[in-house]
Design a protein around this ligand. Structure first.
Ligand code: DGY
Length: 321
């Protein structure tokens, strides 16, 4: 008999068909909350689920709605919305897509770094607003990236892909903060491992690309922001909660740091009441690190592979959290 699977939101047709061929599939479009009763009914019979909705917290309360659940496959590298101890108690397998979004996410983080340094959005708005009436004055000049110092928090796959871009493409010096040393980046890109405070004091660009855990939650406090140079730029492509967003807003307002590029926020979507929306020295993107057609396709495929393997008693080893 076919097993039951809940798909939180639509994925490319051919991948959805693989799921529909293998399982009895219930598909929801976007937020499961939009069709709550049907979602709860589907979960009640689900053997597996596949989704990417970071807003859905998968904890004891959620799992109580899914008494038969054996496997959860997330279309993401991050899985901080899953309570691992709750999954463990129920012996539910969790799988993610760690290898396929590395380059796409590194590209987006570098895009934010470049756009923030060169004030691309501000200057584009200037043209849209009809304010390009003569030569651009120094008040709109940007900051060089080439040859500067990158300080990167984390040294996972995405961090390494960013370091490669920084070192090989932009001749940047690289400092990194990570609980373990990575001799490969030290040897290949002359990256230097250092303490967080030292990195914050010296980096021209601070890039946050760490997983959200109890250790990294609010790692970047008001005090840590105060260590950064007034000319420094902060980029967060990881999770909003790693930085104290209120303290960051104040630092940007007071210009104790130069600018920030943010793909992630404490609350997503970012509420329209957020004071971040009133700042010029910021570039925002709506949590789109992996959002290219190519990358999202391979992420969906990987998540489908993971779930099919897990529910057919052929556990994936590589992507099993
Ligand atoms: C990830 O894959 O973790 C991205 O941040 C999308 O949530």
């Amino acid at each position: 008999m076919k097993k039951n699977v809940v798909l939180f939101s639509k994925i490319p047709d051919d991948q959805q068909k693989r799921l529909a061929d293998a399982f009895n599939l219930s598909v929801f479009d976007g937020s499961p909350d939009s069709n709550k009763d049907a979602f709860i009914t589907a979960l009640a019979g689900a053997d597996g689920m596949i989704g990417s909705n970071m807003a859905t917290r998968v904890d004891d309360a959620f799992l109580a709605l899914a008494p038969k659940l054996q496997a959860a496959s997330t279309i993401s590298v991050g899985y901080d919305n899953y309570d691992l101890s709750a999954l463990k108690k129920r012996r539910i397998r969790l799988m993610n897509t760690p290898t396929v979004l590395t380059e796409g996410t590194a590209d987006l983080i570098f895009t934010l770094l470049m756009a923030t340094a060169r004030r691309t959005v501000e200057l584009s708005n200037l043209i849209h607003d009809g304010k390009w009436t003569s030569g651009i004055t120094p008040q709109y000049y940007g900051t060089d990236v080439y040859g500067k110092t990158l300080g990167i928090l984390g040294m996972g796959r995405i961090a390494k892909a960013i370091v490669k871009r920084a070192h090989c493409g932009f001749d940047m010096n690289v400092l990194y903060y990570n609980r373990s040393a990575h001799l490969d980046v030290e040897q290949t890109y002359q990256a230097k491992r250092c303490e967080l405070d030292e990195l914050l004091k010296h980096a021209d660009f601070v890039v946050v690309i760490l997983p959200l855990t109890s250790e990294t939650d609010r790692l970047i406090t008001k005090e840590k922001l105060a260590l950064m140079k007034p000319s420094a730029i902060l980029i967060n492509g990881a999770r909003g909660r790693i930085i104290d967003q209120q303290a960051l807003t104040q630092a940007l307002q007071a210009k104790t740091i130069k600018a920030a590029g943010l793909d992630v926020f404490e609350v997503e979507p970012l509420p329209m009441t957020s004071p971040l929306l009133h700042l010029d020295n910021i570039v925002l993107s709506p949590h789109v690190g992996s959002a290219t057609l190519e990358t999202r396709y391979v992420m969906a495929k990987c998540a489908v592979d993971n779930l099919i393997a897990a529910l057919q008693d052929n556990p994936p080893t590589e992507n099993w959290v």
